[in-house]
Design a protein around this ligand. Structure first.
Ligand SMILES: [Zn+2]
Length: 95
């Protein structure tokens, strides 16, 4: 059976020692949580863009201050950022 990319990522980021210390019920909750987080972070989401404000990640609320130049209160949007530099959320600037 071929593994999906999500299965591969879950396997790579899981601390096996920690996972083995869990009960089988906790193990399945842990795996489900990791899977959902990976799926969510890879679903493109539009950054929060307000006039005269730096763009903000909708997932972690971090502003992209290091990536958007501000001239006279007008921010140049960081359209080339594919992911939030803080949390890794995939971004979609155009929807
Ligand atoms: Zn973020």
């Amino acid at each position: 059976m071929e593994q999906s990319i999500v299965d591969v990522l879950v396997d790579k980021i899981t601390n096996k020692k920690y996972l083995n210390s869990l009960s089988s019920d906790a193990k399945s909750h842990y795996n489900l949580g990791i899977r959902e987080a990976i799926i969510y972070l890879n679903k493109p989401i539009k950054p929060i863009t307000e006039h005269w404000q730096v763009s903000i990640c909708p997932t972690c609320d971090e502003g992209f201050y290091d990536y958007e130049e501000c001239n006279d209160g007008y921010y140049t949007r960081a359209y080339t950022l594919e992911r939030c530099p803080s949390c890794g959320q995939k971004l979609n600037w155009y929807d």
